[in-house]
Design a protein around this ligand. Structure first.
Ligand code: CMP
Length: 136
């Protein structure tokens, strides 16, 4: 079974949308393998998004991701990476298709309510960033 990481971001946690987002994910056939609520330091946010270190939006992204609590969720399903990205919608919430999680609960490119792994390899790396094998 394929594994992917969903992060419910600070804007969605703050707005009370944890349950709404988890319901959509579960209704779409995902199994929640493990999850937690946490609050990243700048160093942790920077390490999680290290691939974007040279991008102009990196500092703002880290500032946003440490601005409040987040909920990382390890999910499994057949074709989990692609399917999660489908139901999240486009990265920019203002361009995401109606009914997708980012359209419903995000408000901009930065405040887009959620993150999903972009490849099978990153699904493994990103779930391992937050969770140990024992938690599965
Ligand atoms: P996420 O899926 O968490 O991965 C990286 C995040 O950077 C992305 O969602 C966006 O919220 C954020 N971001 C901010 N500006 C940009 C940009 N210009 N291009 C891509 N992602 C951006």
């Amino acid at each position: 079974m394929e594994r992917t990481l969903l992060i419910i971001k600070p804007d969605a946690v703050e707005a009370g949308n944890i349950g709404n987002i988890l319901k959509i994910v579960i209704d779409n056939g995902f199994t929640v393998k493990t999850m937690r609520m946490t609050h990243l330091t700048r160093d942790q946010a920077g390490r999680f998004y290290a691939v974007h270190k040279e991008r102009p939006f990196f500092d703002d992204l880290c500032t946003f991701m440490m601005s409040g609590k987040i909920v990382p969720v390890a999910l499994e399903r057949e074709n989990a990476v692609v399917k999660l990205r489908d139901i999240l919608g486009e990265t920019d919430s203002t361009k995401a298709a109606p009914g997708t999680i980012r359209a419903l609960y995000g408000t901009s490119l930065e405040r887009n309510a959620s993150h999903g792994s972009d490849s099978i390899e990153n699904g493994k790396i990103e779930t391992a960033f937050f969770f140990g094998e024992l938690e599965f």
